[in-house]
Design a protein around this ligand. Structure first.
Ligand code: GCV
Length: 714
């Protein structure tokens, strides 16, 4: 008897523990009850009689979301009505469905100007209206409204109108069909290809909700290092099942196309893009895809890069290759995202190669091709100057590719909020059409008048319960969506609203946690690659420092190629006396960076080989500046750790402890980066690390002896 009783108590304990589990699965869509009683009262009144008009899978999703939201946040059980009643306090729907039922609260033309995805949220006659031209606009409006509630905004007089600045707002998954994720640090791929199409994991729906909540409207399901199997009928059925789940949330699926697929799965002898049989093969394949997925988005292609096949295998150009896909997709309104991440070894500087290959092709791509360019010229380093292709291709739409997954940014263990890094690139001035021609304006199409615009984030999502492994890595997914919708939002605002929704609205928490986030990127640059260093990580898995790396067959895979440290100094001379990569930028940009005395410190070693005694803007010598920055990076992480530890009372035990443990690792790893790099560079500078800094407690040989054969994500 006693035994049964204690079993019962144990069960109740376990259940209540489970109910309180804060595993991060809910992301920023938590909808926990609002504790501020007066706000709760007002919100309840305003949502007493909610109406959502319309009738589609998307409107059902909008109703479900609002229902979920208000049940959780307001703890009320309002049924969502389908049509207008005079008692309605909240009305959402399309222009067409609302104008049938109620006098429009805003000018019709203003609404039409919001396009296919925009919406307005307006208060009139003490009622809140969410109106859009399409059902998906309504869903976006509902998510925006729920964000207002979750961040506890005043909703008494709302006048919001917004539409996305970028047309295609995408995640790029580097997910393989065997469920490994290239450069993924959050577990296995969320796509369970084996069980698809019959088994629909609940995660797929929550993934779609999360994306739609920040305006992400497309997903490339497969790795750019592509596998042709995804294009076989068996796998296309699986892709179609995912597309069916995502469609109500406005998310289109895209696939990566392996250039050699006609040979591998089509039995052809060639994949030459000018060969008629090959062209027909792709046309047939595309037709087959659209039959299954009528709103299929198109292809993302990595060609002639890092061993991937491509048009150059047949002495054709990237434009020939891209246009072959464009022709096949054009009848269905599909697009080709052709990646510009190429570095063929033929030139004297990897920095220059994408420009060298693509600039001459400007104007040669079909109108449904967009060139997808990484933010910097090399490869997602902690800090890069913007890619010189931005500003150099007036006749070709350019998409931005950011990397959310932290391949070079501390992988799964470092808290690094990436929005400041994204903003730094977006706000850089290319001077393409004079001052103010920012990268953001190049990619939103406004500089060259393109309507085909895109921004992509290499996904950091995996099967881990909290999706992204590090609780703060979710913020990078969130930020990508928010900035793709509106690149003028500030990093501060995005951090704040993410924290409020994900953790707590208490200003005592938000202010400090926001500071932690905002200093994290600069801290990481400092403890990894300060003053314009780049690409000094370990070979292969890219985990940890290896500035001494010099064993790979290609020079531009080796860290020593990038820093060029020697007895005279350090850095890569990319001025006219060096590789002249600077000349790929407009004169107004290159002149900012071409003189080592005036070049911004943060880019100095990107463009100059300078002596260890070079005087920096701080007045310190370069060597002392390196010591200063490396130490500042470590100190900031220690400070972040201290600040986080002070937040214990505001955060649930699970996530508090998780972040605390990860910050402990980050402090260790930042110290490792600092010590290994300074000790190595010291072998050239022959200068002491100033005594006021913590001295390395291990030898360079020790750091050089470390091996990580099983580092993840490779
Ligand atoms: C998908 C870097 C990464 C590769 C990645 C490549 C790319 O080189 O290390 O894993 O491959 O970029 O963006 O194509």
């Amino acid at each position: 008897m006693l035994h049964r009783k204690s079993l019962l108590v144990l069960c109740i304990l376990l259940i209540s523990q489970f109910a309180l589990a804060e595993d991060g699965y809910r992301l920023w869509l938590r909808y926990d009850k609002i504790s501020n009683a007066s706000l709760l009262g007002k919100y309840r009144q305003q949502l007493a009689v909610p109406v959502i008009t319309g009738n589609s899978a998307t409107i059902t999703a909008a109703k479900d979301e609002l229902k979920n939201g208000i049940t959780g946040l307001l703890n009320i059980n309002s049924g969502i009505l389908n049509s207008y009643t005079s008692k309605a306090t909240f009305i959402a729907g399309t222009l067409a469905t609302i104008s049938n039922q109620y006098k429009l609260p805003v000018e019709k033309n203003a609404l039409l100007g919001l396009g296919d995805e925009g919406f307005t949220i307006t208060t009139k006659d003490q009622k809140i209206f969410i109106i859009a031209n399409t059902d998906i606009g309504v869903l976006y409006g509902i998510f925006h409204f729920l964000r207002l509630l979750q961040t506890q905004q005043d909703i008494t007089a709302l006048h919001i109108s917004t539409s996305p600045k970028i047309k295609y707002r995408l995640l790029n998954h580097w997910d393989n069909l065997n469920r490994t994720v290239e450069r993924g640090y959050a577990g296995a791929s969320i796509w369970d290809w084996h069980k698809l199409p019959d088994y629909i994991d609940k995660r797929y729906i929550d993934y779609a909700r999360a994306n739609a909540s920040v305006g992400i409207n497309g997903t490339v399901l497969t790795n750019v290092n592509a596998n042709a199997t995804i294009l076989t009928p068996q796998y296309l059925d699986k892709v179609a099942a995912l597309a069916n789940v995502f469609r109500p949330y406005g998310i289109k699926v895209f696939l990566t196309a392996r250039f050699s697929a006609p040979i591998e799965i089509g039995g052809l002898k060639t994949a030459d893009p000018l060969n008629d049989t090959v062209r027909q093969w792709w046309k047939d394949k595309v037709k087959e895809i659209y039959k299954l997925i009528p709103d299929f988005g198109g292809f993302l292609v990595k060609a002639n890069s890092e061993g991937q096949p491509g048009p150059q295998d047949y002495h054709r150009t990237h434009a020939d290759g891209a246009n072959m896909f464009a022709d096949a997709l054009q009848p269905f309104k599909g697009i080709v995202m052709w990646r510009a991440f190429v570095y063929s070894q033929l030139s004297n500087d990897r920095f220059k190669q994408a420009y060298e290959e693509f600039k001459p092709l400007d104007g040669q791509f079909k109108s449904n091709v967009i060139l997808q360019v990484k933010n910097g010229p090399i490869d997602f380093q902690p800090r890069e100057p913007f890619s010189p292709l931005f500003g150099a291709m007036p006749h070709t739409p350019l998409a931005m590719e950011f990397q959310l997954t932290q391949e070079y940014l501390g992988q799964g263990t470092h808290l690094v909020y990436e929005a400041p890094m994204f903003k730094e690139t977006l706000e850089s001035d290319t001077y393409e059409k004079g001052k103010g021609s920012t990268v953001a304006k190049v990619i939103d199409g406004s500089i060259n008048n393109f309507s085909l615009t895109a921004i992509a984030g290499v996904s950091n999502i995996g099967s881990d319960i909290n999706w992204c492994s590090h609780p703060f890595a979710q913020a990078n997914w969130y930020a990508l969506g928010r900035l793709a919708w509106d690149h003028t939002l500030s990093s501060e605002q995005i951090a704040k609203e993410w924290l409020q929704q994900t953790f707590s609205n208490d200003p005592a928490f938000v202010n400090i946690a926001q500071k932690i986030m905002l200093q994290s990127h600069e801290a990481m640059v400092n403890y990894m690659t300060p003053v314009g260093l780049a690409h000094i990580m370990y070979n292969g898995h890219h985990y940890g420092p290896m500035p001494w790396g010099n064993t790979l067959p290609r020079p531009d895979w080796n860290p020593v190629y990038y820093h060029k440290a020697d007895a005279a100094g350090i850095g890569f001379n990319r001025t006219a006396t060096g590789t002249d990569a600077l000349s790929e930028y407009k004169q107004d940009v290159s002149s900012l960076w071409s003189d080592s005395n005036t070049c911004a410190d943060k880019y100095l070693l990107w463009f100059h080989h300078v002596s260890w005694n070079h005087t920096m803007h701080s007045g310190r010598s370069l060597w002392n500046e390196l010591c200063y920055k490396y130490n500042a990076g470590v100190d900031t992480v220690k400070y972040m750790q201290q600040q986080w530890n002070g937040l214990q009372k505001y955060v649930d035990a699970e996530r508090f402890t998780e972040v605390k443990q990860l910050l402990n690792i980050q402090v260790k790893e930042a110290t490792w980066w600092r010590n290994a790099c300074l000790l190595y560079f010291q072998t050239f500078s022959k200068l002491p690390i100033p005594a006021n800094y913590e001295q390395p407690d291990k030898t360079l040989e020790y750091y050089q002896s470390l091996r990580f054969p099983y580092a993840p994500g490779n």
